[in-house]
Design a protein around this ligand. Structure first.
Ligand code: BES
Ligand code: ZN
Ligand code: ZN
Length: 487
């Protein structure tokens, strides 16, 4: 998709189609040229409501509020609705109702790119998307003077974020036998070479030397050996250091505590956290954010077989704590325990964030659209929530730790059990398990994000098509940008 930006007025631009966003149901506005027809067909400008007037070359889409999150969703819905049609070019005006309001422009551009995403890797006949070109006019409908330099900056940043999100979607959507740990390692190396990142990959021997007994146990039954990926974005004079840790389960069969058939489908998406880390590293490098960012991914496949780790096994994790395995399907926390320990050993970070499709309980608790955010620092959790809900347009909500849930992880035979003894509060107990592997001095620097709900989408919603959403990429990149401004 090509993006052009022009100072020309919208009616002076040649394009097959004009996309017109109707905000707040206001059909009386001057730029709504087809009010009568729209009313006749029952278009009220409700959020995400569409009306294509093909012969006039106009596509109307309703949008609840003049804000970047709503614009992201509706422009994506508009572009997705054109799939299969023959319009090759479109134009759209700028809706920045005042000079400060350029975030609406960001939402619009991100929505257009995210909405045009289509995963076709496994289709024998690949459809060429008809829509090749979108022209954004800096004509502002309300007559405000646009700061074209500032707008240009916003557009290029939006393009980087949307492109990084689509990159993550591509990785997650790959079939598990095409994207296993070794391949994820190759992808990371390629990403590093193209984006001026450092990249180190640890193989099984390295992981043994690092005494990652928990990660290695999960990986053991798979014919695909595990990898630990470490990417670094190292700007000159960084204002802060951030470590990111991702769960990269290229497949989660559940292991010997095997998942039922219906629950196993989509478990290729258990690498979403790790794949998001790759996308975030791409974005922070391209945006040249003045923060040193380390991305760690535990890439592992959880399988069954004669060599599989078992319920009743006791593992010795990297930080020396012993873990009683009571359920091999609670494997993500075992992998993360070791990778978090490694990340803390390698880097003295100011902030540590982990992203993981960790629990079904999180999806049950907060719904499939929302990530669960947990940790020991109210302030840092709030920073994450702001970046997600306000800056990036990703739903996220806080779940609170408490000492009683913490006690449910006690083990009779080892230092800790990998599952809780209660069936309630599973997202929180999983995070409290991870908390046991955060060093005392880092407790307040760490936040865990359970992205099990939004990472993989069953029915398209907002800017997300069905399949991988790229959850976490925009929110974490914006968060890192915002942390840079605080330092
Ligand atoms: N990868 C799953 C969590 C998951 C579930 C992600 C649904 C996305 C959608 C994780 O490894 C898992 O299986 N967790 C178990 C934990 C349980 C055994 C304590 C779960 O959530 O059932
Ligand atoms: Zn599992
Ligand atoms: Zn898993």
């Amino acid at each position: 998709m090509n993006f052009n930006i022009t100072l020309d007025k919208i009616e002076d631009i040649k394009a097959d189609l004009e996309i017109i966003v109707v905000v707040g149901g206001d059909l009386g506005h001057g730029f709504v040229k087809d009010r009568d027809v729209l009313e006749k067909v029952g278009f009220e400008g409700k959020h995400e409501q569409l009306c294509l007037l093909a012969e006039k070359g106009r596509l109307y889409v309703g949008c609840e509020n003049l804000c970047s999150n709503d614009f992201r969703a509706v422009t994506a819905v508009a572009v997705r609705s054109l799939d299969g049609m023959k319009f090759s070019s479109a134009k759209i005006a700028t809706y920045a109702s005042n000079p400060q309001c350029t975030e609406v422009l960001r939402g619009m551009v991100e929505g257009l790119v995210l909405g045009s995403y289509k995963f076709q890797h496994y289709k024998s006949k690949k459809e060429q998307p008809a829509l090749q070109e979108i022209t954004i006019s800096f004509q502002e409908y309300h007559g405000y003077e646009i700061d074209s330099q500032k707008c240009g900056g916003i557009i290029s940043s939006a393009l980087i974020l949307a492109d990084a999100t689509n990159y993550t979607r591509d990785i997650v959507n790959m079939a598990p036998d095409d994207c296993y740990p070794e391949i994820m390692g190759h992808m990371a190396m390629e990403l590093a070479a193209q984006n001026n990142l450092d990249c180190t990959i640890l193989n099984v021997d390295d992981l043994k030397k690092e005494k990652m007994g928990a990660l290695l146990a999960v990986a053991r039954a798979s014919r695909h050996e595990p990898r630990l990926i470490h990417l670094v974005h190292k700007p000159k004079d960084p204002v802060a250091v951030v470590s990111l840790v991702g769960k990269g389960l290229t497949y989660d069969s559940g292991g010997l505590s095997l998942k039922p058939a219906d629950y196993m489908v989509t478990m290729k998406a258990d690498k979403s956290g790790g794949s998001a880390i790759l996308g975030i590293m791409k974005a922070v490098s391209q945006l040249n954010i003045p923060v040193e960012v380390h991305g760690f991914v535990g890439a592992v496949e959880n399988m069954i077989g004669g060599d599989a780790y078992k319920p009743d096994d006791v593992l010795i994790s990297k930080n020396g704590k012993t873990i009683e395995v009571r359920n091999t399907d609670a494997e993500g926390r075992l992998v993360l325990a070791d990778v978090l320990a490694y990340a803390q050993q390698e880097v003295q970070a100011d902030y540590i964030f982990d992203l993981a499709t960790l629990t079904g309980a999180c999806v049950v608790g907060v719904g499939e659209y929302t990530s669960g955010v947990m940790g020991n620092s109210e302030l840092l959790i709030n920073n994450v929530l702001y970046a997600a809900n306000k800056s990036a347009g990703e739903y996220a909500t806080k779940l609170s730790f408490n000492r009683y849930l913490g006690k449910t992880l006690k083990s009779q035979v080892a230092d800790i059990s990998n599952i809780s003894n209660t069936r309630y509060g599973g997202a929180i107990t999983a995070a409290m398990f991870l908390n046991e592997f955060i060093n005392e001095e880092n407790k307040e620097k760490w936040v865990h994000l359970d992205i099990a709900g939004p990472a993989f989408v069953e029915h398209a919603w907002g800017e997300n098509p069905s399949g991988a959403s790229g959850a976490g990429v925009r929110m974490m990149t914006r968060l890192i940008e915002e942390l840079a401004n605080k330092n």
